[in-house]
Design a protein around this ligand. Structure first.
Ligand code: ATP
Ligand code: MG
Length: 584
């Protein structure tokens, strides 16, 4: 491609509305332009990268035996009513009406549409298992579209859906997709981690997210420094040392005027955080609930919602705390809460002894409380006596706290590290959630009609482009991994508009490189060398060839890799082979 025939729209200044480096560089390099919030046009340079990502995803999905389809972006409301998601999905779903006043939505995902297709097309176990995918535009009316194409409203996803006779078959395809994703992200040249994840609103039992590691990532992930355990912070657990066991002491109510925080409580009472159990009041699906966790711990609201089976969960406001417990904020505790109020205790806090907590009374705390003696005894979640067992109230125990870096891995002796990640892929075992709702059945070997079992597998194709930049950039601009670079080589002839000799040599090399299947961006502009260098570095072309008079006299050309500190001279006649070897 000759730059004179291309739309190279580079910008020097960092756009003020772009917070993360990938968004800044995509705008500066002229890869994307904003149309409206969360809506972007892909310019020719950006589209070349997007297409390469797509091609790798497609190749690997094909290799895994998945079949490509293309479903409509607009979907009829009836299907979503059948699955129950028309009511459930909320304002992220863009709803529209046609000229006959029929309701539709712009698909944020395609479980309903594929299940509808398959219930019509697949009749027999002989056609199973099968896996269908598409690479297609989705729309989600995100609360906060941001970071450019990273969290857009309209974006490109690869979504796949598999259908099975039973769970064992689903597990096989799920494992194959796990391997396929690993191949895809490896080929893309990204540093990534598969992590155990929450299944969220899509439903189902079991899921993994694939995260590209980057400081700007919106998600925190915990992973072990010695085994392959990795989990989303919403799921991660750790093994903590059991608290030192002591003989229970006599409980005592102490005056703690004005104490509102755990810090103040610890300081005033001269105790450490592991001697404090704090009680966090939340509103879960419009009802109050109290969670008791360690003084130094943070309530993980996703774990808390999961433990309650609640869809929505938020912190209670001061008035709600008082209405639910009769105590002002800062003085709630497990002893003497109104009966009927839901209480849960974190598994670590459930082991505390001689602890301090609020006395459900303004300006008072207890010290030396002990579960079972003073406060109601908590029981394990899976214990048969969980909840209100007989006369004695036993709050259930669950994992409710967020793990911290340095804690012990739940699987081995290793330590947990916490890093930020960008979710680029997500695989789920859906089970029969959609197939049951939409009655997608087929006949098994005995001729019985059975509800199919499903899996689903997403990749954020457009988000990958931004994630790759987050991982590969420097102060000069983007540094593309070879596999997804818009062009492999930048060919920069010096003063070709003055020197016919340079022009001829550059033209010849340009054709030779192209003939060898190498994508070249040939800078034939009448620009100063500095401008060419700056542009090519900004747009991240991995290999640069500079053709100048004096080197040409010696039959040499200058080469520099985008990550190299220094350039080197190579014989002009070997340039094609040299680039072929380097660009893999
Ligand atoms: P997130 O937690 O980031 O909102 P999600 O859990 O809603 O993601 P899925 O429904 O699993 O995402 O969608 C599959 C993939 O699509 C995600 O792994 C992500 O890479 C991508 N994706 C989701 N939402 C967006 C968005 N608003 N913009 C770009 N890509 C997205
Ligand atoms: Mg989302």
């Amino acid at each position: 491609m000759r730059v004179s025939r291309f739309l190279l729209s580079t910008v020097k200044e960092t756009p003020s509305d772009a917070e993360v480096v990938s968004h800044q560089l995509m705008l500066r390099a002229g890869m994307i332009r904003k149309l409206a919030a969360g809506l972007y046009t892909w310019l020719p340079l950006g589209l070349r990268v997007l297409r390469k990502v797509e091609a790798i995803v497609r190749e690997e999905m094909d290799r895994a035996g998945a079949l490509e389809v293309l479903m409509p972006a607009v979907q009829p409301a009836e299907l979503w009513q059948e699955s129950g998601r028309w009511e459930q999905y909320g304002p992220e779903l863009l709803r529209l009406k046609d000229r006959h006043d029929r309701e539709f939505c712009f698909g944020p995902t395609h479980e309903e549409v594929i299940t509808d297709l398959i219930r019509r097309e697949i009749r027999s176990y002989k056609q199973l298992p099968s896996n269908f995918y598409q690479i297609q535009t989705k729309f989600r009316d995100e609360t906060r579209p941001r970071f450019g194409v990273m969290r857009a409203r309209e974006f490109i996803m690869k979504d796949a859906y598999s259908f099975h006779l039973d769970q064992a078959s689903l597990q096989e395809t799920y494992d194959l997709m796990h391997q396929t994703y690993t191949r895809i992200f490896t080929r893309l040249g990204l540093e990534f981690r598969p992590v155990e994840a929450d299944t969220g609103s899509i439903g189902g039992r079991y899921s993994h997210e694939f995260h590209v590691l980057a400081d700007s990532g919106e998600d925190a992930i915990a992973f072990c420094d010695s085994c392959n355990y990795a989990a989303n912070l919403e799921m991660a657990t750790s093994r903590l040392p059991a608290p030192v066991h002591e003989a229970p002491r006599e409980k005592e109510k102490v005056s703690t005027p004005g104490i509102r925080t755990v810090d103040e409580q610890a300081q005033m009472l001269g105790i450490s955080f592991d001697r404090i159990v704090k009680s966090v009041v939340v509103i879960a699906d419009d009802k109050p609930a109290v969670f008791c966790i360690g003084g130094g711990d943070e309530l993980n609201t996703i774990k808390a919602a999961r433990a309650l089976g609640a869809t929505n969960l938020r912190m209670a406001e001061a008035a709600e705390v008082f209405a639910a417990t009769g105590a002002p904020v800062g003085f709630v505790g497990p002893l003497g809460l109104p009966s009927g109020l839901t209480v849960m205790v974190d598994q670590q806090a459930a082991q505390a002894c001689n602890f301090s907590s609020g006395a459900n009374e303004l300006d008072y705390h207890w010290i030396n409380l002990n579960w079972g003696m003073d406060a109601p005894l908590p029981t394990a979640m899976d214990g048969s006596s969980a909840g209100n067992a007989g006369a004695v109230f036993r709050p259930p125990v669950a994992d409710l706290r967020t793990v911290r870096a340095g804690e012990q891995c739940p699987r081995c002796e290793g330590r947990l590290a916490i890093r930020r990640g960008i979710e680029v892929g997500h695989i789920f075992q859906l089970g029969d959630k959609y197939s049951k709702a939409l009655n997608a059945t087929c006949l098994d070997e005995q001729g019985r009609s059975i509800v199919m079992t499903m899996g689903c597998y997403g990749i954020g194709v457009s988000r990958i482009v931004a994630s790759a930049i987050e991982q590969n950039n420097d102060d000069k601009g983007i540094i593309w991994p070879d596999a997804i670079a818009p062009f492999q080589v930048a060919l920069l002839p010096m003063n070709m508009h003055k020197s016919q000799r340079i022009r001829d040599a550059a033209d010849v090399l340009y054709s030779e490189l192209q003939a060898a299947g190498i994508e070249v961006l040939y800078d034939d502009r009448k620009e100063r060398a500095g401008v060419m260098f700056t542009d090519m570095e900004l747009i991240g072309i991995p290999h640069r060839l500079v053709l100048g008079e004096s080197k040409l006299d010696e039959g040499m050309i200058e080469y520099k890799g985008r990550r190299d500190a220094e350039s080197q001279d190579i014989p002009l006649i070997q340039a094609v082979e040299f680039i072929k070897a380097r660009s893999g």
